[in-house]
Design a protein around this ligand. Structure first.
Ligand code: SAM
Length: 285
């Protein structure tokens, strides 16, 4: 029997194929890791899945066995053709969508109900992809993501820790990390330089703030993490037309010590603060 490792090696030897680092083309060939991702997806025969970057289709083959439908978005025309010519394309659950996950209008083909997202992400675009998925959060029930270890740590981080940042707060607003496990470089062909982590994020039915509140909240969080060692008073001064005087009482009213640094605030505190800033700016208009 041909192993996934041998299959990937053979694909890479094809003179027509040039595996692109830029597209994060490190193919997952360790069956045990693929099985673990499938288990984590917890698929039932009625589930629908969006897979980003099916690549050579190793994970996709397993997903179509269990789900009703798998929408697989692949950017590389060579891999798109290869998938079209593979036995996978005859599977009734498989729907290949050629295109860039950062650009294609997801709403055009995803069903109205929630789907599960599964992706071994190209690491160079994992942050913008994540923000895009949060934008379309009402379309997903859970996100299962293979990420560079450090990015996964940032997503999962708790306040006050080294990895805590904008990505952690944004994740906390949308859902919680339900499971994670490490994956070593040896599980891929070609072998990447970095370690990976698989994360399962369960999305809340509704995010903790409304869509209308997101832009200001994003600004507040960005200001807080803009310069890590800044106190919240200084971080907010910019947002409040440079009026330090306003920042201190506003923080105090929210029960937040003005000398605290942004990296110690949890999502609930950022939300309270953002609502208070909105109220103050509406008063001053
Ligand atoms: N799923 C396969 C696996 O687990 O072996 C391949 C994963 S590989 C890390 C990333 C895949 O995403 C590649 O097939 C790559 O061509 C594709 N890709 C990269 N950027 C993309 C984008 N912007 N939109 C869609 N697919 C992309």
């Amino acid at each position: 029997m041909v192993t996934l490792y041998q299959e990937a090696r053979a694909a890479l030897r094809d003179p027509a194929f040039h595996a692109q680092k830029r597209l994060g083309q490190n193919f997952l060939v360790e069956q045990g890791v693929i099985d673990a991702i499938v288990r984590l997806s917890d698929l039932s025969p009625t589930d629908e899945v969006l897979e980003i970057g099916p690549g050579l289709g190793f994970l996709t083959r397993r997903l179509v066995e269990r789900a009703r439908r798998v929408w697989a978005v692949e950017i590389d025309p060579f891999l798109v053709d290869r998938l079209r010519e593979s036995p996978l394309s005859a599977h009734p659950a498989f729907h290949l969508i050629p295109g860039d996950i950062l650009k294609i209008p997801l709403a055009d083909f995803l069903p109205g109900h929630k789907v599960k997202l599964v992706a071994n992400l190209p690491y160079s675009i994992s942050t913008p992809v994540l923000f895009r998925l949060f934008e379309y959060r009402e379309r997903f029930s859970s996100l299962i993501l293979m990420l560079q270890k450090e990015v996964a740590e940032r997503i999962a981080a708790a306040p006050g820790t080294k990895s805590y940042g904008t990505l952690s707060v944004w994740r906390a607003i949308h859902g919680q990390v339900l499971a994670k496990f490490p994956v070593s470089p040896g599980a891929f062909v070609p072998r990447p330089k970095v370690y990976s982590t698989v994360l399962k994020i369960g999305l809340y039915e509704e995010p903790l703030v409304s869509a209308a509140e997101m832009p200001l909240l994003h600004k507040v969080v960005r200001a807080a993490f803009g310069q890590r060692r800044k106190t919240m008073t200084n971080a907010l001064a910019g947002l409040l037309s440079n009026e330090r005087k306003k920042a201190e009482p506003l923080l105090q009213q929210q029960g937040i010590d003005p000398r605290r640094r942004g990296e110690t605030l949890d999502a609930e505190e950022f939300i309270r603060l953002s609502r208070a800033i909105k109220a103050v700016s509406e008063e001053s208009i």
